[in-house]
Design a protein around this ligand. Sequence first.
Ligand code: A3P
Length: 345
Amino acid sequence: MTTLASGHKATVLEGNEWAKLIENFTGFKNGLVRLSPGGWVYSKNYCNFADKLYNFEFRKSDVLVMTWPKCGTTWTQEIVWTMRNNVALDHPEAGAAILDRVPFMEADMFHSEDESESERPVSESFKKLCPNADPRDGVNLQLAQSLPDPRTLKTHLPFSLFAPSLLKKAKVVYVARNPKDAVLSYLHHHRLFRQLSFLGSLETFVEYFLEDNLLYGPYWLHLKEAWERRAHPNLHIVFYEDLKAGIMGELKRLDAFLGTGLSHDQLANVAKYTSFGEMKARNNLLINKDIFKNAEIIDQEVLQKDGGFFRQGKSGDWKTKLTPDLIEKLDDWISEKCDFGISFK
Ligand code: A3P
């Protein structure tokens, strides 16, 4: 067991639990840990980065986009980055991978501890901004540390895994999504990426979700930690469903929060540039978009059949995909666990 700077204790999943898990999630080769309290579940290598993440030096001009996975992070980070850096839509680096411009702070945990320096893929931005850095000390983390102001950063970690001073130092945009859509999107993600390779059924995946046992752990607690801080002037909560239903209204609220002072026309340009269709066409998520053609990284059958990272970009997909039994189970979970004042659309 390892004790982290946040006070959490991390235990490696072993025994029957691990044996059962690896049968369903065949891609989890690098092992998992569970943190207590909270029950957060991460890749084992998280422990090597946890304290640096907890003590990350946020700056006053930082904006951190925080969500549980599949709640609209990529969309929101592109909106925020574009509003702050690319209003005229002519920024020379706008075509570069999103994760180079908006580092995914804890993503280094998905790499194996034993990876050699030459096996670790690095982007041109990393080489430029961190010329003497060892990639094994964290490509994403060191990129985040080295980016010039104003930084826009991304995390799926909850508030409790950052120092309590986070909101005193930086602004946070938190994105929430209806759990029924989030779980379906996460299932697709687990089938698409070979590093996860979920082989089980929809029912099994939902069970893992309901029991807080998916990678990234309890969605309800992640939401709760944000909801409890909602009155803080440096926190802005948006719902995926509201972005879908009225993007211009949401962009105006974001504009006020970020202090970007954009005109109606500028916001309309941001809305179009970050629309599902345009982001899907650019598909500049990763260092190299050809990665999506790599059968060792992406399950090509799932890609053809169900779509890629930009799968549907809709809200309410659950109404056609979930059985009445699963809807009832998720509704019970919402009433029981999400009883802190949040309501989903
Ligand atoms: P679906 O799988 O339901 O389509 P995250 O970025 O947090 O991983 O969330 C991914 C989800 O957001 C996916 O949902 C993806 O399609 C959707 N998404 C990504 N870009 C979007 C955009 N510009 N507009 C709407 N939805 C978007």
